[in-house]
Design a protein around this ligand. Structure first.
Ligand code: SAM
Length: 251
C-alpha cells in the first residue's frame, strides 16, 4: 500500500526511485541515473592510462574522469594550451592526453606540481581546524604524494608538448610562458594556491575556456570552495556545482 503510494508520487513528480541493486555509486556519488559514458569506446582506454600513470592504483572515480575528459574535449574548440595545477602521478592528465590523442594536437600541456606534496604553511587556520593539515601530513608520511620527478617525466614522455614543471603555485606560474589557456584543471587540495591559480590564470583563459575545480563540492574541502567562490565572484565567473564534487567554469 505504502510502496504503491510512493511509486505513484514518484511517477507524478518524475522522480527516479532509488533501487540499491541497480544504482551507480562511486566516489561519494550515488545516483539512479546511468553512467552513459561507459558506452564511449575511448573512455576505458583513457581511464586505464590513468591507472597506469598511478602505478596500477584505481581511485575509482570514473564519473570525475568522465567530466574531465568531456571538458578537455570541448576545450579543443578553444584556442590555447592546457594547464593542470596539482598533477601528482598524473592520473587525470594522462587520461586526458590518451583520450585526446595528444600527439595529434599542436598544443602544450603544462603539468605543474611541487612533486614534493602540498606546502604545509599554505593551509589557513580554518583548514587546519578542519583537519586538512593533518590529512596532508598523513598522506606525506604514507608517501601518497609522488616525489619521484623522473618517474613522472617518464610517464609523460610518450606525448610531445607535455611540459612537467616542478614548482610551487602560485609563485611558479609567472615563469610559465603561456599566452592563452583553453583548459585549466585545479587540484591542489588547498585553498590558497587554488584560488591564486584561478586569479592569476583568469586573464590568460580564452573566451569559452574550461576551468575544472576538482574538489569544489567535495566533502571536507569547504575552505577551497569558499576561496574559489570569492575569486569567482570578483572575476564575474559562475561555478557549476557537479554531483561528482567538481566545479566547472566556462569563461
Ligand atoms: C590531489 S593531488 C593531484 C591529483 C591529480 N590531479 C591526479 O589526477 O591524480 C594534489 C597535488 O597537488 C600538489 N600541490 C599541493 N599544493 C601545491 C602547490 N602550492 N603548488 C604546486 N603543487 C601543489 C601536491 O604535490 C599533489 O601532488
Amino acid at each position: 500500500m505504502l510502496k504503491s503510494l510512493i511509486r505513484k508520487l514518484a511517477a507524478t513528480f518524475d522522480v527516479a526511485l532509488v533501487d540499491v541493486q541497480k544504482n551507480y555509486g562511486q566516489d561519494g556519488m550515488f545516483t539512479a541515473h546511468y553512467p552513459r559514458f561507459h558506452s564511449d569506446p575511448r573512455f576505458q582506454p583513457a581511464y586505464k592510462r590513468g591507472i597506469k600513470a598511478s602505478l596500477g592504483i584505481d581511485p575509482k572515480f570514473e564519473w570525475r574522469v568522465h567530466v574531465a575528459l568531456w571538458s578537455a574535449l570541448k576545450a579543443l574548440s578553444v584556442s590555447g594550451d592546457f594547464v593542470e595545477c596539482g598533477v601528482n602521478a598524473g592520473f587525470i592528465s594522462s587520461a586526458i592526453m590518451n583520450y585526446l590523442d595528444w600527439n595529434s594536437r599542436e598544443r602544450g600541456f603544462y603539468l605543474v606540481d611541487t612533486f614534493a606534496g602540498p606546502i604545509l604553511d599554505q593551509y589557513s587556520p580554518q583548514e587546519i581546524t578542519n583537519g586538512r593539515l593533518k590529512i596532508a601530513e598523513a598522506a606525506l608520511s604514507a608517501r601518497a604524494y609522488v616525489t619521484d620527478l623522473e618517474r613522472v617525466q617518464a610517464n609523460f614522455s610518450e606525448w610531445k608538448n607535455a611540459h612537467v614543471i616542478q614548482g610551487a603555485v602560485p609563485g611558479i606560474l609567472s615563469s610559465l610562458i603561456i599566452s592563452k589557456v583553453a583548459f585549466l584543471h585545479i587540484d591542489m587540495n588547498c585553498a590558497a594556491p587554488e584560488s591564486a591559480a584561478l586569479e592569476f590564470l583568469w586573464p590568460r583563459l580564452s573566451p569559452g575556456a574550461f576551468v575544472l575545480l576538482d574538489d569544489y563540492a567535495y566533502d571536507g574541502h569547504e575552505c577551497q570552495a569558499q576561496a574559489l567562490d570569492e575569486v569567482a565572484q570578483r572575476l564575474g565567473a559562475v561555478i557549476l556545482t557537479l554531483p561528482t564534487g567538481q566545479g566547472l567554469i566556462v569563461k
